[in-house]
Write a protein that binds this ligand. Sequence first.
Ligand code: PNW
Length: 483
Amino acid sequence: MNPVRLTAMVVVAGAIGIALGCQRKTGAFDQQDIDRHHAFVGAGPGFLLGVATSAYQVEGGNQNDWTDWERGSYPDGQPHVAGGASASRAADSWNLWRQDVAAIEDLGANVYRFGIEWSRLEPTEGAWDAAAVARYREMLLALRAARRHPIAPMLNLYHFTLPRWLAVRGGWEWGGAPEAFAAFAARAADAFGDLVDLWCTLNEPNVYVTKGYMAGQWPPGIRDPGRGARVLARLLRAHGLAAAAIRAHDRVDADGDGKATRVGLAHNVRVFDPAGGPVDGVIARIADDFYNRAIPDAVATGHIHIALPTAVTIDESAPELRGTFDWLGINYYTRDVLRSRLAGALLHGGAPYEPVDDPTRPHTDMGWEIYPEGLYRLLLTFAPYGWPIIVTESGVADRTGIVRPSFIRSHAYAIDRARAEGVPVIGYLHWSLMDNFEWSHGYEGRFGLYTIDFAGDPALTRRPTPAVATFQALATGLGLLPP
Ligand code: PNW
């Protein structure tokens, strides 16, 4: 990328930023307001209150591209996963799923977002594992027949892991990948559609490409932003084909609300705030466009526009994407405060900014700033697209279990603030039901409402943390648990 072109992009982006105004700023929430607030009261009987997991992070017993990645290490000898951990058993939900369902019942949740594992259901291309289908169906039936009220399954089809047969062909860089994924979605809709209405095609395509193709920390371990951007476009195509396949193959209205399918995607969003002057602001705007906007914009407009000023600009017509969201899933964790480092980006091709951390702010065990105001700000940002919004993930790495109750309360407050301003948030799902395999952090990132002693307890007992009561209070407010 030559400096003239970059400068031009920065100037143009700056002009756009000034024209649109920067992201809406909000003052810090008042802790007393949060303490006094009764979250989700009056949100209505249709409000989705739940928890989320992903197949690979909880099931155990899977064999896919991540399994291979876990065995590897970087050229400096460091293992790909902290402590050399593996997901070979994970939370053993493949066997202990009845305990998971019981825990969800205890929480009072009315929705459970979880994954079906592609490599398990389709272990070789075109094959289909009937025993795996039967096992997932057993769990789906148990959720529907739960103790107090049905727990609606939200079925997630892709959450970072690929079957080996697809990975060896080049993963999402293989031209046939979107069609292969759509074929998988069609079969899943045939197999589970009578029990499932809520479908989530993809989890966090932007996290997948930044981790797997830009930072090189996840498989396939590439550090090439241009390739990452092209994979992001590919994932959007895959979403479009899968959404159509699901709608064509699931014609059964499982919950009797008049709709057989409600399709969406879980989109990771972050606040990008400039640390200082106008150049930082321009960079924050570029990061926001790429990370937060490219995906919903493509679905809203039917045009894929992905721009990384030092690497690539993709402009492709994709009219089939329009209408593929019945809802938008928002996964929110934290914000980045950015300081530009354009010289570094020009000379070394790296990221055009560095995050600058404010040590006076609260942080999670994984070093992510706790910033509930960001959820409120982003919900306001995404409202104009017009889709109902489901917060498909929100959670905190907290080994002590002490931080999570206030984290849940402040983020529920953020949602209610946005709802009060007319943002159509129709659900909140906490990440996660229980501690699980936190990707390259192994078992060091503890996100569970229920904690698991992976090293010391062979039974992997799900033990409630203090946040279980916090979550149950939300359920009580919605009439899902008795007072
Ligand atoms: C999400 N980041 O992933 C995922 O959907 C979950 O699988 C994961 O366990 C959860 O958040 C907690 O991390 C992310 O580095 C992973 O910015 C990494 C990032 C963001 C989201």
